[in-house]
Design a protein around this ligand. Structure first.
Ligand code: GLC
Length: 589
């Protein structure tokens, strides 16, 4: 049974462009950017943790896949309390990952292959092992050393209550009190703010010395030749004056569309979902920082870029980070959190494009990263409809792997047909699921510990990649060691099992990326297919000369006879001309 009356090939081309990308051709406007999570990408030295020589050795995988750029999560010196998002030295490489020479070699190797390189910048907080924090601990309250962080006296006559009621995003209070010292005053030891783990003290961005330091860090990496920065927690650096109490909830990833539009991520309780509007987030002052950074990058050639990781909502707030004199891109979490529903997907696509067009910026698209359950697992959990959640544990309902992969491939093929810039997370090109049954004793994410295990945390999406199916550690490194265990299914999903295999997820990504480049889809104008604009199950749009049809419903959809299939996310029955449930196809219109 089909869900609608048949349409014709001329129906597919009816519909005027409603979105035309802005801009003047900078590479990042339509780039596909591949996220490397260094500790889990490839291990060069056999210690079980990925490293920069491992990345260099696998650059051909990325070049052949057909991406334009690589973003590397942090590789800086760090005690690794939050997998490197706790930086102890912003100008050096952690020995776990190699040396500055290894970095230079990786960068040169990427550039030789035409790949741009974006590095991660973590400015909201440092590690407690950073020299500045150690100096602050040794210095007295009110000293210049303490002024680089957010130290405060406690409340109450003995100062033994936290300065305010803020909670850490990883669980528990956002304040930690220092150990007592002989020279403490009547209020006892001070407290310091950490929006994340207690080993990640927040820096004081009202202090000019902090601003100068980070501009210098930007120059350090720009001088080495990086093409841009992904800015961690870009909405967090400035806190509201007086640090007022706040009873709202903070969440790792938020995403909603414009006010008034259908909200794909609205909580079932009917509240607005505007969870990240507290006094610690999205303050006006952050924009001055990005205006200053924009000027620093503009001194360099080659269209260097800044991409914001800002969990703000709705999209109009996000667009403020990419105004012409600020950052260049921002992650679009509204797309990531959208449920598997045609009307919502259309709303999110429209809102994403038009909100960013209004400020002259490209939108981005992202389905997976190192903080969320991989989309091949997320889409296998029907009851959450593809929404973000903080890890899946062994005792939780387990995803339907086949459904998850089918929808993930369909979602990706839809995403790669959209204009703008797309982000891929390492391993999604292999269709990898999360490890959804990791034993507690191997977990490392601080959010697992800070919530006493009530949240499984993000380790499941951070499992080392399988390169050679069936080899020790599935070829992650020369010894077979892996810092987290891989699930059994990684053997059959390993890269070598998919290279050149018709119908494999890897070959689908490669075909789509090749066409995206040759058809210039990233810079194309988008038109909706008029006759399907309100279809309950089908998302159909035209970008440049390619028509993308995604069937998100439960019943097959009959494609027009004679339409030429360019790439499909699943098998098509050529005789019936039907697009099966949870499948996307690109057609030549
Ligand atoms: C960002 C990172 C996440 C990290 C957090 C604190 O959200 O993506 O992995 O834990 O910031 O730095």
């Amino acid at each position: 049974m089909t869900s609608t009356a048949p349409i014709t090939t001329s129906d597919l081309t009816a519909g005027a462009p409603v979105h035309t990308p802005a801009g003047s051709g900078e590479w990042w406007r339509d780039a596909v950017i591949y996220q490397v999570y260094p500790r889990s990408f490839a291990d060069g030295n056999g210690d079980g943790t990925g490293d920069l020589p491992g990345v260099t050795a696998k650059l051909d995988h990325l070049a052949q896949l057909g991406v334009d750029a690589v973003w590397l999560s942090p590789f800086y010196r760090s005690p690794q309390k939050d997998a490197g998002y706790d930086v102890a030295d912003y100008r050096d490489i952690d020995p776990l990952f190699g040396t500055l020479a290894d970095f230079d070699e990786m960068l040169a190797g990427a550039h030789e292959r035409g790949l741009k390189v974006i590095v991660d910048l973590v400015p909201n907080h440092s590690s407690d092992q950073h020299a500045w924090f150690q100096e602050a601990l040794a210095a007295a309250p009110g000293s210049a050393e303490r002024e680089r962080y957010m130290f405060r006296d406690g409340r109450g006559p003995a100062g033994d209550q936290a300065p305010n009621n803020w909670q850490s995003i990883f669980g528990g209070p956002a304040w930690t009190r220092l150990a007592p010292r002989e020279d403490d005053g009547p209020l006892g030891p001070q407290w310091y703010l950490h929006l994340f783990d207690s080993t990640q003290p927040d820096l004081n961005w009202d202090n000019p010395e902090v601003r100068a330091e980070f501009e210098d860090v930007l120059r350090f990496w720009l001088d080495r030749g990086v093409d841009g920065f992904r800015v961690d927690v870009a909405h967090g650096m400035i806190k509201a004056a007086g640090l007022p109490d706040w009873d709202g909830q903070v969440a790792m990833v938020e995403g909603t569309v414009e006010e008034g539009a259908t909200d794909p991520a609205a909580p079932e309780d009917g509240s607005t979902g505007a969870g990240n509007r507290g006094p610690m987030f999205d303050q006006e002052g952050v924009h001055d920082i990005y205006r200053a950074w924009h000027k620093v990058l503009a001194e360099y050639d080659g269209d260097r870029c800044l991409v914001a990781e800002a969990w703000v909502e709705p999209l109009s707030r996000l667009a403020r980070y990419v105004r012409p004199d600020e950052m260049h891109q921002a992650f679009n979490f509204s797309f990531l959190t959208a449920p598997w529903d045609a009307a919502t997907v259309r709303t999110v696509v429209n809102a994403s494009l038009s909100t960013m067009e209004a400020v002259g910026a490209p939108t981005t698209w992202v389905l997976s990263n190192h903080d969320v359950v991989r989309h091949a697992s997320r889409f296998g959990l029907d009851e959450i409809g593809g929404r973000q959640l903080n890890g899946i544990g062994a005792t939780d309902p387990q995803p339907d792997a086949a459904l998850g992969l089918r929808r993930a491939r369909a979602a990706t093929l839809l995403m790669l047909g959209l204009p703008g810039s797309a982000y891929l997370y390492q391993g999604e090109e292999l269709g990898l699921p999360d490890h959804t049954a990791l034993p507690d004793d191997v977990r490392q994410d601080p959010s697992f510990f800070r919530t006493n295990g009530t949240e499984p945390g993000r380790d499941g999406c951070r499992v080392p990649l399988p390169w050679v199916g069936g080899a020790p550690g599935n070829g992650f490194g020369p010894t077979g060691r892996t810092w987290l265990p891989q699930p059994d299914v990684y053997a059959e999903l390993a890269a070598d099992q998919q290279y050149g295999v018709k119908g494999s997820t890897y070959e689908m990504y490669r075909a789509a990326l090749g066409l995206r480049r040759s058809e210039n889809l990233g810079a194309g104008a988008l038109a909706w297919v008029d006759s399907l604009a309100d279809h309950p199950d089908v998302v159909a749009l035209r970008v440049a000369d390619v028509v993308v049809v995604a069937n998100l419903g439960a019943t097959p959809f009959t494609l027009p006879a004679g339409a030429q299939v360019l790439v499909a996310s699943g098998e098509l029955d050529e005789d019936s001309g039907e697009l099966p449930s949870d499948t996307t196809v690109w057609l030549r219109a």
